[in-house]
Ligand binder design. Structure first.
Ligand code: GLN
Length: 253
């Protein structure tokens, strides 16, 4: 049987900072190496929300506050409700930084009104003011769930790079993705990074996240295939020595 996945890439022109686009490349490459065909559907302000409904995996990256404001109206009124239903049904998704803030209830920037979010994830984000330091740097975190495990001895951690002013606080319906070992994470206070809801991940990791964390990439692919073809398809193993070397380098730095 030939397998195919369609990946929705939200706002590639507005929301793709610090190499977030690399996540799309990683997903496509890892599928291609296994003979799984992929199609990427770029979803812009002009795209009809119904285009999303044939997608099997969702990705949305980070943005500056200005771009976040531009996308806000379209996201909460048109794309957000469709994505919310997809997330609820178990379609896997990865939301990075500004996108992670966007799927929550709201993001309050350091000046101006709060930017409403789609309320898909039970969380909110606030910037504490223009004197507050941005949370920038490399992060290492220990995964809270064992559902991402692969065959590497490093598969219990995630490594990445964060750069955000907003502090994110999870509501009672959310589980944190990981416990911070080095860096700031969601808010620099409670020691957690990211969130996990159904089959969707929110994270502050740019860099891109998936190139240094192949276990997360494969979990997204495997989950998308499972949802689409309704059975548990074992993914062929890949030679990930370089990826894990990059992961280990950051882990030990
Ligand atoms: N505007 C957000 C913040 O600074 C998101 C930044 C980003 O996506 N890198 O908190």
């Amino acid at each position: 049987m030939n397998h195919e996945l369609t990946i929705a890439w939200l706002y590639p022109d507005l929301m793709s900072t610090y190499g977030d686009r690399g996540n799309i490349m990683v997903l496509q490459k890892r599928c291609q190496w296994r003979g799984i065909a992929t199609r990427v559907t770029p979803v812009t302000l002009e795209t009809e929300a119904k285009e999303l409904s044939h997608c099997d995996l969702i990705f949305m990256g980070g943005a500056q506050d200005r771009q976040q404001k531009i996308a806000s109206d379209d996201f909460i009124r048109r794309k957000g409700p469709v994505i919310g239903e997809m997330v609820e049904s178990g379609i896997p998704a990865l939301f990075v930084c500004a996108a992670y803030q966007f799927v929550g209830h709201y993001y309050k920037p350091y000046q101006g009104d709060a930017i409403p979010g789609a309320g898909i994830f039970d969380l909110y984000t606030e910037h504490p003011g223009d004197q507050a330091k941005r949370l920038i740097g490399n992060v290492v975190a220990q995964l809270e769930s064992d559902q991402f495990l692969s065959t590497s001895s490093y598969d219990q951690t995630i490594v990445g790079f964060e750069n955000h002013g907003g502090r994110t606080y999870l509501g009672s319906k959310m589980k944190p993705l990981a416990k911070v070992l080095h860096g700031f994470g969601n808010n620099g206070e409670d020691g957690y990074e990211g969130a996990l809801y159904k089959n969707s991940i929110g994270s502050y990791f740019h860099g891109p996240l998936l190139s240094k964390n192949p276990h997360i990439a494969d979990w997204l692919i495997a989950t998308a295939l499972e949802m689409k073809y309704k059975n548990d398809l074992a993914l062929a193993a890949l030679d990930d020595r370089l990826e894990w070397q990059a992961h280990a380098f950051l882990l030990h730095r």
